[in-house]
Design a protein around this ligand. Structure first.
Ligand SMILES: [Zn+2]
Length: 190
């Protein structure tokens, strides 16, 4: 799914914790946002492989959450929120479309690389592809809890993520042609 959807789902899951423990609210929200974004930084390396650890994040989330519950400092709560959000991110990518420039063409089933199994997890395509209408719908629904229940900079992040989600969805189908045109130009040395 697209990055804004990851961010909004992460924030939505962090919202009840932020409300229950207001003292660590900024840490849990910031941790969730960073953890939701971090896996997709591998778009400049081997996307959906280099920083995607579908098993690793899920396993790490258990001790990270346990430590944060026992010792709820902002740092430990932020780290736990980040690891949980990264685990959720990788799970969401499996429910989305395949890892390819035009995922609607379904030329591959690869969703996320599982470093433990040494193989790609297959795309379930519940959400057809990143930037599809159903992906935007998930973004909109996930935005409701943080938009209504949080305030300040958290609400600004929600509005920013929704704006990016709308733009990305509007132009998603044109991105492959732009990428092809750019690589053609680079290929011709201009
Ligand atoms: Zn991803």
């Amino acid at each position: 799914m697209m990055l804004p959807t990851h961010v909004l789902v992460g924030m939505s899951l962090a919202t009840p914790v932020a409300l229950a423990v207001p003292g660590v609210a900024p840490a849990v929200i910031a941790g969730a946002v960073v953890g939701s974004i971090a896996p997709d930084l591998d778009v400049v390396a081997h996307h959906r492989r280099t920083l995607h650890f579908p098993t690793g994040y899920a396993v790490a989330a258990i001790p990270a959450t346990g430590v944060a519950v026992v010792s709820p400092t902002s740092t430990l709560v932020g780290i736990a929120a980040g690891v949980v959000a990264a685990a959720v991110h990788c799970r969401m990518d499996v429910y989305g479309g395949s890892h390819e420039l035009r995922p609607w063409e379904r030329n591959t089933d690869h969703a996320v690389y599982d470093h433990v199994r040494g193989d790609w997890q297959p795309a379930k395509r519940w959400i057809r592809y990143d930037g599809s209408g159903s992906d935007l719908l998930v973004s909109l629904v996930a935005a409701i809890p943080p938009a209504l229940l949080l305030s300040g900079s958290a609400r600004t992040v929600v509005i920013g993520a929704l704006a990016i989600a709308l733009l990305y969805t509007a132009f998603r189908r044109r991105i492959p042609d732009l990428v092809d045109a750019m690589s053609d130009r680079i290929g011709h040395g201009s």
